[in-house]
Design a protein around this ligand. Structure first.
Ligand SMILES: CCC1=C(C)/C(=C/C2=NC(=C\c3[nH]c(/C=C4\NC(=O)[C@H](C)[C@H]4CC)c(C)c3CCC(=O)O)/C(CCC(=O)O)=C2C)NC1=O
Length: 169
């Protein structure tokens, strides 16, 4: 698993180079955004349960067929599994936000997920919709907390959405 710093070091080490101007700029901007990343993650941490619950309610309000007979989130067990998945996406998004790198999402979340979802009939489109709802809720709460993280806050949510959609072949 890597973060913005180890990813950069890895790239430079491979070719035995010292950091150049580009690398130093990248490092500088990562460290400058560091406190904000941590503050945004703290907002997610302290509101996680509420965000997941609210996102679930909105999703099932927008797509009621998911929780009706024949829907993938129908039955208490599958409803709970769906919310648990949303909680996974939110928690790993907070990690990726702090790391400044998507590697943790590839390695811990996305790897093998398409096969699992396809074999269980978990619909990708609605899952992405749920992730986007969480993104909106997180953004609203982070703004409300007076934190300006708009340059990178959406990234992990959009990356998860994009990768899930692209993998839905
Ligand atoms: C941390 C990385 C990680 C992820 C991402 C993960 C996902 C994941 N979601 C699963 C199931 C599931 N996922 C959903 C999710 C949904 N159904 C819907 O209709 C909605 C659109 C959506 C919620 C937004 C459901 C309903 C199941 C249960 C499906 C079943 O057992 O039939 C399963 C199958 C095993 C299980 O039920 O626990 C996995 C592995 N597990 C992991 O360890």
């Amino acid at each position: 698993m890597q973060d913005a710093v180890t990813a950069l070091i890895g790239r430079y080490d491979i070719s035995g180079r010292y950091f150049d101007r580009d690398a130093l700029d990248t490092l500088k901007s990562y460290f400058e955004s560091g406190t904000t990343r941590v503050q945004a993650a703290a907002v997610i941490t302290s509101n996680a349960a509420g965000i997941v619950k609210e996102a679930g309610l909105r999703l099932f309000d927008e797509l009621p067929e998911l929780i009706q007979p024949g829907g993938n989130a129908y039955t208490t067990r599958r409803y709970a599994a769906c919310l648990r998945d949303m909680d996974y996406y939110l928690r790993y998004a907070s990690y990726a936000l702090v790391a400044g790198d998507k590697d943790v999402l590839d390695e811990r979340v996305l790897e093998g997920l398409r096969d699992t979802y396809n074999s269980l009939g978990v619909p990708i489109g609605p899952t992405v919709q749920g992730i986007q709802i969480m993104k909106d809720l997180v953004r609203a709460q982070v703004i409300e907390a007076g934190i300006d993280a708009k340059g990178f806050l959406d990234e992990p949510f959009d990356y998860l959405s994009r990768q899930l959609s692209e993998q839905n072949i």
